[in-house]
Design a protein around this ligand. Structure first.
Ligand SMILES: C[S@@+](CC[C@H](N)C(=O)[O-])C[C@H]1O[C@@H](n2cnc3c(N)ncnc32)[C@H](O)[C@@H]1O
Length: 246
């Protein structure tokens, strides 16, 4: 089910990394809550294998491994189907021999049934819940963080009906329950921030949020609609975190 893998060119990957470094994304409340949930659970279960789906530049797997130096025998694995992302993640994680980055598809994971103790996913919606359920051991954990219905830029997403792929967080919960996940915890955050036109432009350049994004036409619409009265506009974000046990 490999699709849209061409979006992440080396140039875009570098821009993304700079953007998130500046924003100190590990310090963002929803991301730090997500990382804390994973780290606390890993300390409790002493996992053999932790797998991060759509690992991108390896941020999650790197942060989790860094905070868990005591787990000397745990294998930390990140998968991504984008070749330049895999290269970037390998470069970023090369100093920790417990971390492996594989080029693989979230829909066809190269692991046997019931072989992974913890699966994590931050902001990758191109996933198969049945596939991750298959690789999780009985009693294993899934930790998922995503931006929610407005994709973290609700007022912008609303301007492009039918062109922003979203999924109701509650649909994930029903699907996880139907698959057989027993314990499911859901936490949603709510942020309202002032953002500049430049920041919105950067977000849309580094993340494939709007289908068939046309920088000229679409940015013009955003400017005309949301920046009529000044350089900043109000943006709502509703990220959520799901923790579920198989
Ligand atoms: C929005 S980025 C998130 C990256 C990272 N998890 C983070 O939060 O920084 C989505 C990532 O998922 C990867 N991806 C998308 N579909 C995938 C698939 N079917 N299999 C593996 N990786 C996929 C993309 O290449 C990209 O690196």
């Amino acid at each position: 089910m490999i699709s849209s893998s061409s979006f992440y060119t080396r140039k875009i990957i570098d821009k993304r990394e700079q953007f998130f470094k500046k924003r100190k994304s590990g310090k963002n409340i929803s991301t730090s809550y997500f990382l804390e949930c994973i780290i606390n659970k890993a300390l409790e279960v002493n996992p053999k294998k932790i797998l991060d789906l759509g690992t991108g530049n390896g941020f999650v797997i790197m942060e989790v491994a860094r905070k868990l130096p005591q787990l000397k025998n745990t294998e930390f694995i990140g998968v991504d189907f984008s070749k330049p992302m895999v290269e970037k993640a390998r470069k970023n994680t090369k100093n920790d021999s417990r971390i492996t980055i594989l080029r693989a598809d979230n829909f066809n994971l190269p692991f046997p049934n019931e072989s992974i103790n913890i699966v994590t996913d931050k902001n990758t919606t191109n996933i198969s819940l049945p596939e991750l359920y298959r690789v999780l051991v009985r009693g294993g954990w899934f930790f998922f963080k995503e931006y929610g219905l407005g994709k973290g830029i609700k007022e912008i997403a609303t301007l492009f009906p039918g062109r922003v792929k979203t999924k109701d967080p509650l649909d994930y919960i029903f699907e996880l329950r139907a698959l057989g996940f027993n314990y499911i915890k859901f936490e949603q955050f709510f942020f309202v921030e002032k953002k500049s036109f430049e920041e919105i432009k950067k977000i849309l350049e580094i993340a494939p949020i709007i289908k068939n994004f046309s920088p000229k036409k679409d940015l013009h619409l955003i400017k005309e609609t949301l920046f009529q009265t000044g350089n900043f506009t109000t943006i709502t974000s509703e990220p959520f975190v799901i923790c579920a046990q198989k």
